[in-house]
Design a binder for this molecule. Sequence first.
Ligand SMILES: NC(=O)c1ccc[n+]([C@@H]2O[C@H](COP(=O)([O-])OP(=O)(O)OC[C@H]3O[C@@H](n4cnc5c(N)ncnc54)[C@H](O)[C@@H]3O)[C@@H](O)[C@H]2O)c1
Ligand SMILES: [Zn+2]
Length: 371
Amino acid sequence: MSSMETLSVALGERSYDIIVGGDLISKAGQLIAPLIAHEPVIIVTDDNVAGYHLGSLQGSLKAAGIASTVITLPAGENTKGYDGFQNLLTEILDNSPERRSTLIALGGGVIGDITGFAASVILRGIDFIQIPTTLLAQVDSSVGGKTGINTQHGKNLVGSFYQPRLVLADIGSLNTLPRRELLAGYAEVTKYGLLGDKVFFEWLEKNGEALIDGSDTLRQQAVIKSCHAKAAIVGRDEKETGDRALLNLGHTFGHALEAETGFSAKLLHGEAVAIGMMMAFDLSAQIGLCPIEDTTRVGTHLKAVGLPVQPTDIVDQKWDRVALLGHMAQDKKVRDGKITFILTRGIGEAFITSDVDISDVEALLDKAIAA
Ligand SMILES: NC(=O)c1ccc[n+]([C@@H]2O[C@H](COP(=O)([O-])OP(=O)(O)OC[C@H]3O[C@@H](n4cnc5c(N)ncnc54)[C@H](O)[C@@H]3O)[C@@H](O)[C@H]2O)c1
Ligand SMILES: [Zn+2]
């Protein structure tokens, strides 16, 4: 395993580092110590991750002389709702936090999102540190400061932009992650290549399978590359008034698919993004924007690593065009009633547009769900 590397997210006084490395949880105490102004720090984790990585984190904090306390939430997306949020706030307040207190989110995107949101409102804002333990969280959700919870109206509709003070991405922690979760995260890795970096996509074509099969060195390289890409976009457009929307490549379609499957384990977010990216490439080819060879090539790679590429890859699911379109029209990204799409002129050449003919989208959906 190569040594650790540090990247920075440049956001003026809200700037922070992302440290990526092989065995960071056991070094977390030393790395975090300079940022801690008040003890105990409060670790928030879930009951899966606690079994694998909490002991190591607590041990390293202790060795660095940092007192800590732990809040363990049930694993899963259901935790990220009003009830889960209220429980978390109550448990944090039970620990008598001060304005200088720090939360540490140890887990995947669910723990990162709910902990970040709690940090943004407890005492009107306390510090938080991300220790992402899923590939998806390492390359996406822990970076960029979007926090939030789900409501009955949809996912992530209540939240804030609130940046962490530090992100520690421990590549070794991915070794306990189920393969399906790893693959779902890999879809978001591919996204960075597809949206703006053809050379990275070509690297993934060459190295993706070995990365998924367990190479820590390749995983580290991919996480660094992805975080660089995300940090650059967030540095330009923290609150998604422009460019940041490129990160939604595959997500307008993907969210509609997730909504239809009830955000259940039937279709993980990353799997929905893989299918959604294919649909974005298909639509782009269908309306003559993108060479069909590029669309085929994306599909070949996603299939080769074992990701689904079309809605019909999901077994026992009936799809309905009207329902899917309905979800797309409700997406957060709708502006003045127009659906925003991320389309592409080829691999690495995505762009944002709200100028898509609805009949083209209908034709694409009909084709996708009939396939
Ligand atoms: N804030 C953002 O910018 C952003 C971006 C993308 C996604 N998200 C959010 O992230 C969430 C999805 O994140 P996720 O895919 O990490 O899901 P998750 O947090 O539910 O983790 C997936 C599963 O893996 C388990 N797990 C986590 N780390 C593990 C490890 N190292 N070993 C074994 N098991 C482990 C978890 O307990 C859970 O069961 C969604 O709520 C989504 O909305 C947020
Ligand atoms: Zn995503």
